[in-house]
Design a protein around this ligand. Structure first.
Ligand code: MN
Length: 311
């Protein structure tokens, strides 16, 4: 759903003890919606294979159009749609049509190329609150066949006052059924009471934690929505304190170790690939997305300085 503006320079990163970093979201606009863009950061383009994090809402969409992201293409990534409130309708060029609600996962693997649209259905819930995440496909997998999957139920567990739902990858042996192409985790943490815990994590992973609703102390940082903490590899656990009702997101994975070129809705490795994807979208080679009442998005001009930017 995103338009990546590449204006990364205003995002500050503060360095804490233990190599932890805390950063603030940039405010970006997607369609009519204001979003907190937590990743990429200028100095940190990916965390595990997670390469893009938008947090939006909660926002009232009562009596208005709500989300309306016209058909647009993707290459080289998976889009991960996860909601806290509301509902969103997904359609793609494979013919998929799927409503998503909180606690469910929509996972679209673009592979070599796919197009999709996301919108609030005509009759929609009055509130909207969610995240739009991207996972970069590793070089060895990025030309895989495009695919879409919906998971209505995901594994969850209780851990020291946290109710943890694992929507991507694995956390302490609890694994999502969703398709992944690198070792990673995506999990929702909800404080079912006042929580003071140390969340066990995979020491081979680097992690990000951010607050979706409420407030929390994570490591040495006090977080509210719009702030994110980064923990490097080598941690056996992440200290988390939060009042009852707080919702956090945990993202992590083995450091990707690949230089990503990200522009607009594409994750590639070279300017040539980026230009080819733009041409393919212009020429209709990504396929049709049916059912959307409106024109597809046009790629912005492919600027030479974006293509030569070091990533
Ligand atoms: Mn999209």
């Amino acid at each position: 759903m995103s338009t990546l503006d590449q204006d990364l320079d205003v995002a500050g990163q503060n360095f804490l003890t233990n190599g932890f970093e805390v950063s603030q979201a940039r405010i970006a606009t997607v369609g009519d919606m204001s979003v907190r863009r937590l990743l990429p950061l200028r100095l940190r383009r990916s965390i595990g294979a997670w390469c893009f994090v938008d947090h939006y809402g909660p926002v009232s969409v009562d009596g208005v159009t709500g989300m309306a992201v016209p058909p647009h293409p993707h290459i080289g990534l998976q889009t991960v749609t996860w909601l806290f409130e509301g509902n969103v309708l997904h359609r793609d060029s494979l013919g998929s049509e799927q409503m998503i609600k909180p606690g469910q996962l929509n996972l679209m693997t673009s592979g070599r190329g796919i197009a999709h649209a996301e919108e609030s259905p005509v009759e929609h819930d009055p509130q909207l609150h969610g995240v739009q995440l991207w996972v970069a496909l590793p070089d060895a997998s990025r030309f895989t066949e495009p695919a879409f999957e919906h998971h209505a139920e995901l594994p969850f567990m209780g851990s020291d006052g946290l109710t943890i739902t694992v929507f991507m990858g694995c956390l302490t042996g609890t694994c999502s059924p969703a398709a992944t192409f690198s070792h990673l985790v995506g999990a929702q943490l909800v404080a079912s009471r006042d929580v003071h815990t140390r969340l066990a994590v995979n020491p081979d992973f680097e992690h990000a934690v951010f607050v979706v609703d409420g407030r929390a102390r994570v490591g040495d940082a006090d977080l509210t929505p719009g702030a994110m903490i980064y923990a490097p590899t080598g941690q056996l656990n992440i200290p988390i304190s939060a009042p009852m009702g707080t919702t956090l997101l945990l993202l992590g994975g083995v450091p990707l170790g690949e230089r990503l070129l990200m522009w607009w809705n594409f994750v590639a490795r070279s300017p040539h690939e980026m230009a080819a994807a733009v041409a393919d979208w212009r020429d209709g080679k990504f396929g049709e997305v049916g059912g959307y009442a409106g024109e597809p998005l046009k790629a912005p001009p492919l600027r030479a300085d974006l293509l030569t930017r070091r990533t």
